[in-house]
Write a protein that binds this ligand. Structure first.
Ligand code: PMT
Length: 398
């Protein structure tokens, strides 16, 4: 956990006092800790206590102008390598499950694609209540990870399940989910991401939808798994993940040229780019004038970049993506065979909350003989799971 940036969310409950020890233990392990308290949490422990322990000003409100000017809530969400909410009250989990953004902690959790860990703390009847059970199931299905709760005597004097896990146990559990691994150590990975744009004239273009978020998350997860990563990016508005070499392209032709130049000697290629399948036969040198009768575009097919890379000898281990809106698994399987690749991540882009632009996604990774489903989660969390599986498939092939 050395050097890791942890955003610790503290919500309202008597167990908030235990979060003080958690801050101390996380810092002992070398983590940087930024505390965000809900308004109710400040009724149990003062922000001054957490400020002294964490060495950073505590954030409590979306409406603190000075704090927002120093680091806005979106930057705060981006700053964190992971988010830990301890204690996570029934109220906070209900709000997270339903995507409320009325306070700082809820907003940060909505704006992150990092793993979020919840350490619930509440009365045992509240924990077993059907509403809480449903909220926990929903949160887990979206990739939130539960730390506890423990069983034992509770602050209210009753005994049961609902005690917050002890800070030492939380730190041990977090250490078992390290962000960094050596699964791809010593390997070279080439990732492509984002759309390609095909110019019609100096002003207009055609292209596919893609924000690049999925592919950038894959590149970052591969880098954190120890790989030497090159990311070939179409026009997107995203920062380059730390430690990743980036090459920007615009069109499918440029993507093909860069991929063919970079792929030799690479171990794994992961193609998440949404490549435009057509381009205009000739780009007009000047802006085409609008007329009452409209225009006809003479479109010609673009090369299949991934299929071209698959012709290289020796061939890298190839992972494609398939963005589909119907018959998702069947069409993805056809692409796996047609493009002569090793794995394909089937992406149902018609599924609400997933696919293009969204912060979350769900994928089914398909190989010649097996397939693995990855439930809906933040794109970074999903990318970590995907990279782990790709690494296992790559190692078992070699
Ligand atoms: O970028 P986001 O907003 O986060 O969205 C992510 C995503 C939905 C774009 C991503 O998860 C995804 O599904 N990417 C694949 C998009 C796509 O266009 O798929 P496809 O089914 O058309 O292509 C299949 C595979 O062949 C892909 O690996 C693609 O990169 C590749 N291909 C396609 C056409 C072409 N001419 N050349 C190619 O290399």
């Amino acid at each position: 956990m050395n050097g890791e940036k942890i955003l610790l969310g503290v919500s309202g409950g008597i167990a908030a006092y235990k979060a003080c020890e958690l801050v101390r233990r996380l810092r002992e392990r070398g983590a940087e800790v930024q505390v965000v308290m809900t308004e109710n949490a400040t009724r149990f422990v003062t922000p001054a206590t957490f400020q002294a322990l964490s060495g950073r000003p505590v954030r409590t409100s979306l409406w603190d102008e000075a704090a927002e000017a120093a680091m806005g809530h979106i930057e705060l969400a981006r700053w964190a390598d992971r988010i830990v909410i301890a204690p996570a009250s029934a109220e906070t989990m209900a709000r997270l499950a339903h995507g409320h953004a009325s306070d700082l902690l809820g907003t940060v959790c909505l704006a992150t694609d990092r793993p979020v860990f919840l350490a619930p703390a509440m009365n045992h009847l509240m924990w077993r209540n059907a509403a809480t059970t449903a909220n926990v199931a929903l949160l887990q299905s979206r990739g939130f990870r539960m730390l506890g709760p423990d069983r034992g005597e509770q602050a209210c004097g009753e005994t049961g399940e609902g005690r917050m896990m002890e800070p030492a146990a939380i730190v041990d559990a977090l250490a078992k989910w390290p962000l960094r691994s050596d699964r791809l150590a010593g390997l070279r990975v080439l990732v492509n991401a984002g759309p390609t744009l095909e110019d019609i004239d100096p002003v207009r273009y055609i292209g596919n939808r893609s924000s690049g978020k999925m592919g950038f998350a894959v590149a970052e997860a591969a880098q954190l798994a120890g790989a030497d990563v090159c990311l070939v990016a179409g026009p997107v508005n995203l920062p380059t993940p730390a430690g990743v070499r980036r090459i920007d392209i615009r069109s499918a032709a440029q993507l093909l040229a860069v991929m063919l130049a970079e792929a030799p000697g690479v171990d794994i290629v992961i193609a998440s780019a949404a490549v435009a399948d057509f381009r205009v036969r000739e780009i007009a040198p000047q802006k085409i004038k609008r007329g009452p009768e409209g225009i006809h575009l003479d479109l010609v097919p673009n090369p299949d970049v991934l299929a071209e890379v698959a012709r290289l000898q020796p061939k890298p281990f190839l992972v494609g993506f398939a963005a589909e809106t119907e018959n998702v698994l069947e069409y993805a399987r056809r692409k796996l065979a047609k493009k002569n690749i090793d794995l394909i991540a089937a992406n149902d882009v018609a599924r609400p909350g997933c696919g293009f632009d969204a912060n979350e996604n769900a994928l089914t990774l398909i190989g010649a003989e097996s397939q693995w489903h990855f439930a809906q989660a933040g794109k970074f969390e999903l990318a970590r799971q995907l990279i782990d599986r790709i690494a296992l498939c790559f190692r078992s092939r070699s």
